[in-house]
Design a protein around this ligand. Structure first.
Ligand code: ZN
Length: 221
């Protein structure tokens, strides 16, 4: 009798102590088998897709954003205005997949343009948006948004390319996409610049880069 009362008391205390939303989350996870990260609750996070040029970053970004659209989630997609290689209002991958996007001239502009009811924010070519992007992604995720960012993780010298290293540190999910080395066919994670230039970012330089592996990459002098 004493033990039963004690157990019942403990259960009541535990149930009262849990916030209703947490109780519901635990109930769904344990009894309905719904994984925590699939729940449409107000929980945000950051996903980073990074790699060299021609490694399929935009393709993977488009795939995830399309799935969110199919799930009828409200999606907004941004890309820096500096990247006008193919289109100002679409993200286009090298294998010709595309999805409509809004051009922005700075990372902070993304905050002003994101609607309050947007559930998923996609950002392509993050290397053009600078260090402000880290705080912008953090704020969106803190407010409950799923943020998916794609960008180059190394520059043409093979050096870490901000803000991707900082985003990797704060992201919940990280995907490194690999290209194929144009010299030996191994997996490649570096972008070899084939023309002479000291600019860190060369926009619209189709044919000016090729993917190379660690062994075949030759950093510029
Ligand atoms: Zn190689």
């Amino acid at each position: 009798m004493g033990l039963t009362t004690c157990l019942a008391g403990c259960i009541i205390v535990v149930v009262i102590d849990l916030k209703p939303s947490m109780f519901w989350l635990l109930f769904r996870q344990n009894f309905l088998g719904v994984p925590m990260d699939n729940l449409p609750e107000k929980t945000g996070w950051i996903e980073v897709i990074c790699g060299s040029m021609f490694s399929g970053k935009s393709e993977e970004l488009i795939r995830r954003l399309r799935r969110a659209q199919i799930a009828r989630q409200k999606v907004q997609i941004f890309k820096p205005i500096v990247d006008n290689r193919y289109s100002q209002d679409h993200i286009v991958s090298h294998n010709d997949q595309k999805i409509s996007s809004e051009p922005v001239s700075s990372a902070k502009e993304i905050l002003g343009r994101t609607d309050p009811d947007t559930q998923v924010v996609g950002i392509d070519e993050a290397q053009f948006l600078g260090m402000d992007l880290v705080a912008v992604c953090e704020r969106l995720a803190n407010e409950g948004t799923r943020v998916i960012v794609a960008g180059l993780d190394q520059d043409y010298r093979g050096q870490p390319f901000e803000p991707i290293p900082q985003l990797l540190a704060v992201a919940e999910h990280i995907t490194k996409t690999m290209a194929v080395c144009m010299v030996c066919g191994n997996q490649a994670n570096r972008s070899q610049r084939l023309v002479d230039s000291d600019e860190r970012v060369m926009v619209g330089a189709e044919g000016a880069y090729e993917p190379r592996c660690r062994r075949c990459f030759q950093p510029p002098q």
